[in-house]
Design a protein. Structure first.
Length: 96
């Protein structure tokens, strides 16, 4: 029964970031995101993975690995769209 709770928590942990990833992809606006928060999430998932390995808990390891991948994706998207937003005014001036 304990493992059922672990896998349920893992499932919800993996699903809750998907709307943020989709919204960021669609809007390409990073103004409402905190890079520091995303970085802290990535760091916390690193510790979850290590903890899961030490106690040999597969739900924690799975949650940590997949959530870390989602955080890395969000960090990469954040950096990419932030750079594009900074370049946009320059491109608009050049085209006039």
């Amino acid at each position: 029964m304990n493992e059922a709770f672990g896998w349920s928590a893992t499932l919800f942990s993996l699903v809750y970031k998907i709307p943020q990833i989709v919204k960021l992809y669609q809007t390409k606006q990073v103004g409402s995101l905190s890079f520091l928060s995303l970085l802290c999430q990535w760091l916390s998932y690193s510790f979850y993975i290590v903890h899961g390995i030490v106690i040999q808990d597969m739900p924690i390891i799975t949650m940590g690995v997949v959530s870390m991948a989602q955080s890395i994706l969000l960090l990469a998207m954040f950096a990419y769209y932030k750079k594009k937003q900074r370049e946009q005014p320059i491109n608009q001036v050049e085209s006039q």
